[in-house]
Ligand binder design. Structure first.
Ligand code: AMP
Ligand code: ZN
Length: 476
């Protein structure tokens, strides 16, 4: 059975075919190009945000588990109204201000055992790509100017609304008037480039001094990183409209090709029935919860195992239950570790294990149904516990179960949760990046070698070049 995923664009669960051409075997597919909208780094992210980031992580881990190769980018929005006003309020540069929150964000990802992605472009480092995009749109007559800002004219893109399937009346009423955007011809139009204001960071461009609108950065970065149609674009459901609708308009109008094959959106984390958000004040940051004594492992468990297309009501009680479920897992691990002796293999363990893996794949192939996958996982643990009670598990069987659990944990990421200090550190990957950096330097590709240093630095890994080669260590 192939992997199927709900595509917001078609509104149905579809077979996942990266590259667009169906192949016989997964190994024959090209690398999966995946892009996720990342954080705006003006403050601590809340665990609603992390529900979406953990979903991205589950998706990429499952793709790899199934044998796909994944090339994944997540942007960092480090210039917008909130980051600018935050930096002004603290009287520091925008870079100093956002660097702090970028560091905190990557620390939080590590704490939640979220795998690092291959690219984390920052908006302020992608200005050239944005200028190129605005110029292309301008050449096609889609851009107009008002008070020094550049706007995208929706009426020039006939397919506007195809993702959210809103008619133009709904689009109008759904839009809040953005006071930051000056006069527009049509309320639905959105700013590509905002005229510079005093006291605000701005960049020189062929169309004047200013700063990017929000939507342009994702279109520009997708182009910059992947150069062509991508397979998967993810984000929370709140981004479907207008953000993703605007990304499609910009990219498809500028480049004349399909932007994204599969649009995949994660549902919200709620508190007492309403969306967890900064503006409502009903949020917990990761650190709030850790300070209260909850474990990052329980938070990951809770967020990974709810189906991504169902809203999840967050409660502290839910976290406690997650902790209890983890305790049951740990008890089993402990019992398995205590097995000694050389008795013969029990074939029931093999049958149960094979059966479990098969059912797990069936659940996850069905639109990443992790909650069903979790149910099947506990049935499996139950069967192993019963065999343990009956004294029917030999050391070889225990080893088999460990192998199975390790495989499953490459997806779940909460069974063998890394010690806090090492969470998310993948030494093999770091070594591979260091090799690539050394190669790039030998080939005088300093752009790539610097980029690799920055990627690792963002993840809290510092490189030290010594006469014996390059060493890495965790930033203190
Ligand atoms: P932001 O930093 O506000 O741009 O949001 C980062 C990501 O978190 C986006 O993909 C949002 O869709 C997502 N997000 C925001 N609030 C929630 C929530 N309550 N539940 C799930 N995802 C959310
Ligand atoms: Zn985006």
């Amino acid at each position: 059975m192939p992997l199927k995923i709900y595509n917001t664009m078609s509104g149905v669960v579809e077979e996942f075919i990266p590259g667009g051409d169906k192949k016989e075997r997964i190994a024959d597919y090209p690398t999966v190009n995946m892009y996720s909208c990342g954080p705006t780094v003006y403050s601590y992210a809340h665990i609603g945000n992390f529900r979406t980031f953990i979903f991205n992580d589950l998706f990429r881990r499952y793709l790899k588990f199934r044998g796909f190769t994944v090339n994944h980018a997540m942007n960092i929005t480090d210039v917008d109204d909130k980051t600018i006003s935050g930096a002004l309020a603290e009287n520091v540069s925008l870079k100093e201000y956002t660097d702090k929150y970028i560091g905190i964000f990557f620390d939080d990802l590590r704490t939640l055992n979220i795998e690092p992605v291959e690219h984390t472009p920052r908006a302020t480092e992608s200005i050239d790509a944005m200028i190129d995009l605005v110029e292309r749109l301008d050449a096609k007559g889609i851009v107009y100017e008002k008070d020094g800002s550049r706007y995208f004219s929706i009426k020039k893109f006939g397919e506007y609304g195809k993702l959210s399937r809103l008619d133009s009346r709904e689009i109008r009423s759904g839009l809040r008037y953005d006071t930051d955007e000056y006069e527009k011809d049509d309320i639905r139009d959105f700013a590509l480039w905002k005229a510079g204001k005093e006291n605000e960071p701005s960049w020189d461009t062929p169309f004047g001094k200013g700063r990017p609108g929000w939507h342009i950065e994702c279109s520009a970065m997708v182009r910059k990183v992947f150069g062509t149609t991508i397979d998967i674009h993810t984000g929370g459901v709140d981004l479907i409209f207008p953000h993703h609708e605007n990304e499609i308009a910009q990219s498809e109008a500028a480049y004349g090709e399909k932007f994204v094959r599969y649009w995949v959106h994660a549902e919200h984390l709620l508190v007492d029935g309403s969306k967890m958000s900064k503006s409502k004040g009903n949020f917990y940051t990761l650190r709030d919860l850790l300070d209260k004594g909850y474990s990052p492992r329980a938070i990951r468990y809770l967020l990974v195992t709810a189906h991504y297309r169902k809203q999840l009501n967050f409660t502290l009680e839910g976290l406690l239950q997650a902790g209890q479920a983890l305790q049951r897992i740990d008890n089993l691990l402990l019992r398995l570790r205590e097995i000694t002796g050389n008795s013969d293999e029990n074939l029931v363990v093999k049958t149960n294990s094979d059966d479990f893996i098969k059912k797990f794949i069936e659940s996850m192939d069905d639109d990443l149904n992790a909650s069903r996958g979790l149910g099947i996982f506990f049935e499996y643990l139950h069967s192993i516990n019963s065999l343990l009670d009956e004294g029917r598990i030999a050391k070889v069987d225990a080893e088999r179960v460990f192998c199975v659990l390790k495989r499953i944990d490459s997806v779940f990421g909460f069974i063998f949760f890394p010690e806090e200090t090492d969470a998310g550190i993948d030494a093999e990957r770091i070594e591979a990046l260091i090799d690539e950096r050394n190669r790039s330097r030998r080939e005088k590709n300093f752009k790539r070698s610097d980029e690799i240093r920055d990627i690792l630095l963002d993840e809290g890994i510092v490189l030290e070049d010594t006469k014996d080669g390059t060493r890495w260590k965790k930033k203190k």
